[in-house]
Design a protein around this ligand. Structure first.
Ligand code: S3P
Length: 450
C-alpha cells in the first residue's frame, strides 16, 4: 500500500479487521490460557523511528513497525510533512517526496505523535498546526510548549493549554531543562528540538522514564543524570534503519496479567522490547511472587529484546512506588485489575498522571473495579485496591480508551457472569489483534460482535 496524500486503511490482520469488533462479551475462563505469541513492533519505538525520518532526506526502511492506529497516525503525519510512505506486510518504507513548509497534522489519539512533533517542528522552518481527536484535544500540552518556548519556539496553544496548537518554526537555542515531571514525551520533545538548536540542550528528570529517544540518538547520561544533545546527534539514516523493531512490551503486560489471573495458564512471547525503563512492571510482579522468566537474547534497533514466559501463580499484594511509576504508567490499568483479585491491599503510589491519559484512567479504574465489587479507593495521589472478594461481570464503557477496554476484558476472565466491553474497537489504538488473540486463548469465554 502506498500512503501518499490521504492514507488508506491497513491491509491484512490489523486495525481494519479489529475495528469491526464493537462489543466484546467475556465470561469466566473455564480452562487455562495457553499461547505463544509474537507481537507487532513496540508503539513508542515505532513512532520515534518514524519521526526521525524527518531529519533525513534518505529512505528509511522499518521492519515490524507497530500495527496500532497510533503508529499509523505517525505515518499519516509524515505524509502531510512531505514523505511518501509505503506499507507492506513487514516493512514500512519512508521516502522524501517534497519539501513542505505549511501543514495541518492530525495526531488523532496519539499523544506521543503530537508531543514529539512539537519538538521536531519547533525549529523547522514553516507554519504548523497540530490537532487531535476529542481525547487528545483535552490533554495538557503546556508541559511541552513551555520548555520549548525557553529555547525560542513560537507555539500558541488553544485556551486551557490544549490542541489545536499553532507553531511557527524558529531558530532554537540549546537550553537546560531540569524537569519536575518524569515524562518520556516531554523529555523526547526537548531532545528532538535540541537536534536543530544552536548549542547543547540538556534534559534531566526526577525518575527515569522510557529512554528510546536517547538510545536512537546514541546519547549517554552523565553522572548527574543529564542527557545532552546537539546538532551532531542527528542520526545517520543507516543507523535508524538497523534492526527489526521488537514487539510491544506494553501489549505484553496484558498477557502477563491474564496468565496471573487464570489458574494453570502458560503464555510465551517472543522478541519483545526488554528495555529496563519499560520493564518495571515485571520487577513489581516478580516481587509479588509472579512466575515470569525474562530472557534478553539480542539488541535490535538499539533496544534489548527477547522472550517472556508467564505462568500462573498465587500473588501477594502489589506495591508500586513513586519511583516505579514512570516505567509502568501504561500498565497500571491491567495491574489494578490484577490487584483486585489478590488477597490484601495493593498500593499504587503517586499515580495522579493517570488522570491525564487517553481518558481519566484513575476514575475509570476506580469506577469499574468498584462496580465489579472490589474494594478500591484513592487517597491523595495514591490508588488502593483490596482484592479477595468475588467480582461480578459488569458493562464497561471505556471512553474509547484502549488500555481501559483491554484491562477490563481481562477482569471478565475471572468475574461471575458476563463482562461486556463496549467500544472494543478502541483496542486497535495500540493492539489491533487483542480481542482476536484473547478469543484464541479463551474460545468459549469470549464473544465478539459488530
Ligand atoms: C510515551 C510516554 C508516556 C506513555 C505513553 C507513551 C512515549 O507518556 O504514557 O503511552 O512513547 O514517550 P508520558 O510521557 O505522558 O508519561
Amino acid at each position: 500500500m502506498i500512503l501518499q496524500g490521504l492514507l488508506r486503511s491497513w491491509d491484512g490482520h490489523c486495525p481494519a479487521a479489529e475495528s469491526r469488533v464493537s462489543v466484546a462479551r467475556i465470561t469466566a475462563a473455564a480452562s487455562p490460557l495457553f499461547a505463544q505469541l509474537t507481537l507487532s513492533g513496540d508503539k513508542s519505538v515505532s513512532i520515534r523511528r518514524a519521526l526521525l525520518s524527518l531529519y533525513t532526506p534518505d529512505t528509511i526502511r522499518l521492519t515490524n513497525f507497530g500495527a496500532g492506529e497510533d503508529c499509523e497516525t505517525a505515518l499519516r503525519c509524515l505524509v502531510s510533512l512531505g514523505k511518501r510512505v509505503e506499507r507492506g506486510e513487514v516493512f514500512v518504507t519512508i521516502k522524501h517526496r517534497e519539501t513542505v513548509r505549511k501543514a495541518t497534522l492530525d495526531c488523532r489519539n496519539s499523544g506521543t505523535t503530537a508531543r514529539l512533533l512539537m519538538g521536531v517542528l519547533a525549529g523547522r522552518d514553516g507554519e504548523w498546526t497540530l490537532e487531535g481527536d476529542e481525547s487528545l484535544s483535552n490533554r495538557p500540552m503546556e508541559r511541552v510548549a513551555q520548555p520549548l518556548r525557553t529555547m525560542g519556539a513560537q507555539i500558541e496553544l488553544s485556551p486551557g493549554g490544549v490542541l489545536p496548537a499553532r507553531l511557527i518554526g524558529r531558530p532554537l537555542v540549546g537550553t537546560d531543562h531540569n524537569l519536575t515531571l518524569s515524562s518520556a514525551q516531554v523529555k523526547s520533545a526537548l531532545l528532538l528540538a535540541g537536534l536543530s538548536a544552536n548549542g547543547a540542550t540538556r534534559v534531566r528528570e526526577p525518575f527515569p522514564s522510557r529512554d528510546h529517544t536517547e538510545r536512537l540518538l546514541g546519547l549517554a547520561q552523565d553522572a548527574d543524570g543529564w542527557w545532552s544533545v546537539d546538532k551532531s546527534n542527528v542520526p545517520d539514516a543507516t543507523l535508524v534503519l538497523r534492526g527489526t523493531i521488537p514487539g510491544d512490551i506494553s501489549s505484553a503486560a496484558f498477557w502477563a496479567v491474564a496468565a496471573s489471573l487464570v489458574t494453570g495458564s502458560d503464555i510465551e512471547l517472543k522478541n519483545v522490547v526488554l528495555n529496563p525503563t519499560r520493564t518495571s512492571w515485571i520487577r513489581s510482579l516478580k516481587n509479588s511472587g509472579a512466575d515470569i522468566v525474562e530472557r534478553v537474547e539480542r539488541t535490535t534497533a538499539g533496544e534489548p529484546a527477547g522472550s517472556l514466559h508467564f505462568k500462573y501463580g498465587v500473588l501477594r499484594p502489589l506495591r508500586i512506588t513513586t519511583q516505579d511509576v514512570p516505567g509502568l504508567i501504561d500498565e497500571i490499568p491491567a495491574l489494578a485489575v490484577l490487584a483486585a483479585t489478590i488477597d490484601g491491599e495493593s498500593i499504587f503510589e503517586n499515580v495522579g498522571e493517570l488522570r491525564l491519559k487517553e481518558s481519566d484512567r484513575l476514575q475509570a479504574i476506580v469506577e469499574g473495579l468498584a462496580e465489579m465489587g472490589a474494594d478500591v479507593s484513592v487517597t491523595g495521589q495514591n490508588l488502593h485496591v483490596t482484592g479477595g472478594k468475588k467480582r461480578k461481570g459488569v458493562k464497561i464503557s471505556p471512553n474509547h480508551d484502549h488500555r481501559i477496554a483491554m484491562a477490563f476484558a481481562l477482569a471478565g476472565l475471572v468475574a461471575e457472569g458476563v463482562t461486556t466491553i463496549e467500544q472494543a474497537e478502541c483496542a486497535a489504538v495500540s493492539y489491533p489483534g487483542f480481542f482476536a488473540d484473547l478469543k484464541k486463548m479463551a474460545e468459549n469465554s469470549v464473544t465478539l460482535s459488530e
